[in-house]
Design a protein around this ligand. Structure first.
Ligand SMILES: [Zn+2]
Ligand SMILES: [Zn+2]
Length: 320
């Protein structure tokens, strides 16, 4: 079973996105790229170089429902006619629920994000949304942890690797321990745990960093020889990346905790202190990162959490 990476341009800060063509029966595309003319042209060229057209695609599998990965899913499915789209059940709801939903607004309010910032985050999100068609649950087949995507010549095992988003999935070819990991594993940057509603209990926040650490350990348990990420070059030395990520996460934990003044701070205030230059979409990602780390530190008993005025205020433990 041949896994063929195809790099597609995106209009986003992160740059090009990797999609993966499995040129076996059934012809399968893992991730699709954003809904832009440049991306579809590059995808068609990549398929053509392998003797295929979009009409040959029989299965579209999504690592997660971010616009740079899922944007073309619906139009490709329509072009290929009887292609099926597979995505984890926690992603379709997640995508439908992003910033436009009340629960997501409340998450930002609880994190102490000022109203004008929330408004500008929503405006930016409206721009991002145009790069993907919406995917209704009834358009998709559900990816379930442990399932196998079968091919003529082998199979890929579905591994649920939440963290970056609640329904992120990776795909493992056990024969040679190759992993396609989406945004769970990126060679040059640590993936951002994006603030999200808990898919099981929408009144709660998804514990993105704790989940992410479990997912990293799970990928590691396969002792991968090669990991294909959603952006950038493949990773040959996963052990090095794993240790580097853990070190970076530990360092960020320390700087997040250290940034909290005596009187306590909201996640928004922490994000401004730790990432003073973050603006535009980065202020959303910065507050996501702050929330993820604060939740984790709180769950480890390193911080106290009080709710006042509808906002959560974190304090260092008195013994500190
Ligand atoms: Zn992503
Ligand atoms: Zn991505």
């Amino acid at each position: 079973m041949k896994i063929i990476p195809i790099s597609l341009p995106t209009p986003f800060y992160i740059g090009a996105v990797n999609v993966y063509l499995i040129k076996e029966d059934p012809v399968t595309l893992i991730d699709t790229g954003p809904k832009t003319r440049d991306a579809i042209d590059a995808l068609r060229a990549g398929l053509r170089a392998n003797g295929l057209t979009t009409g040959d695609i029989r299965r579209i599998v999504l690592t997660h429902a971010h616009e740079d990965h899922c944007g073309l899913a619906r139009s490709l499915r329509d072009e290929a006619q009887d292609a099926e789209v597979f995505v984890h059940g926690w992603e379709t709801g997640h995508r439908a629920a992003r910033l436009e939903h009340e629960e997501n607004l409340r998450l930002l309010q609880r994190a102490g994000v000022p109203d004008d910032e929330i408004q500008s985050m929503r405006r930016l999100y409206e721009e991002v949304r145009q790069y993907a068609d919406s995917l209704d649950e009834d358009h998709c087949r559900e990816l379930v942890d442990g399932d196998e995507l079968e091919f003529d010549t082998g199979a890929l095992r579905v591994v649920h690797t939440p963290g970056h988003t609640p329904g992120s999935c990776s795909f493992v070819r056990e024969a040679d321990r190759t992993v396609i990991a989406g945004d769970c594993v990126l060679k040059r940057i640590t993936p951002n745990p994006v603030i999200a509603v808990d898919p099981i209990d929408p009144s709660r926040r998804f514990r993105s960093l704790a989940e992410y650490l479990v997912s990293l350990a799970r990928v590691r348990s396969f002792a991968p020889t090669l990991v294909y990420g959603g952006h950038g070059d493949p990773v040959h030395d996963f052990e090095e990346l794993f240790n580097r990520y853990l070190k970076l996460i530990r360092e960020r934990q320390a700087s997040v905790i250290a940034s909290i003044p005596k009187g306590g701070a909201t996640a928004w205030e922490v994000s401004r202190a730790v990432f003073p230059n973050a603006d535009d979409v980065h202020s959303f990602l910065a507050v996501s990162e702050a929330v993820a780390h604060l939740d984790y530190a709180h769950s480890e008993g390193k911080l106290a959490l009080e709710i006042g005025d509808g906002r959560e205020v974190y304090r260092r433990m008195p013994t500190d």
